[in-house]
Design a protein around this ligand. Structure first.
Ligand code: MG
Length: 158
């Protein structure tokens, strides 16, 4: 049995008039992530972690924001395609851990729903998927709800 660790990171601006799609769920909030796809920075960070661990190309290379195919795309479909690529070369996710740094939507009230959704999308038990929300302490360009930054780490085995 061999194992690999992968790290993913993503940032999106939060703007008016966009659904607040994060971690595969829609959070009631007046702003949402701007993006070519639905802007789900959580799924994008997880996707890059999985691809990184598997030694594959990164998300931006495989699913270019210049490609009209992915315009307005549901990132859950994108993650399903990532998992297909990872599994095709024999790797299987063991666990995923995520940190969401934002002063936009509060994450804590949605943690349980997000973990359940991520577990479903990744084919993992809920205790193998974790999510933490972090405030930015009013610092930096993302302070005040201007954006969301996400870090994800995953373990693969084969
Ligand atoms: Mg992204």
């Amino acid at each position: 049995m061999s194992t690999r660790v992968g790290l993913g990171f993503d940032v999106h601006r939060l703007v008016d008039g966009r659904p607040c799609v994060l971690g595969g769920i829609v959070i009631p909030h007046p702003t949402g992530p701007l993006g070519h796809s639905d802007g789900d920075a959580v799924l994008h960070a997880i996707g890059d972690a999985l691809l990184g661990a598997a030694g594959l190309d990164d998300l931006g290379t495989l699913y270019s924001d210049k490609d009209p195919k992915w315009k307005g795309a549901n990132s859950a479909e994108l993650l399903a395609d990532v998992l297909r690529r990872v599994r095709a070369i024999g790797w299987k996710p063991v666990n995923v851990d995520v940190v969401i740094a934002t002063e936009g939507p509060r994450i804590a009230p949605h943690r349980a729903a997000m973990r359940a959704k991520l577990a479903e999308l990744l084919g993992l038990a809920v205790d193998a998927v974790n999510v933490k929300g972090k405030s930015l302490e009013g610092l930096g360009a993302l302070a005040g709800g201007a954006g969301v930054a996400v870090q994800a780490v995953c373990l693969l085995e084969r």
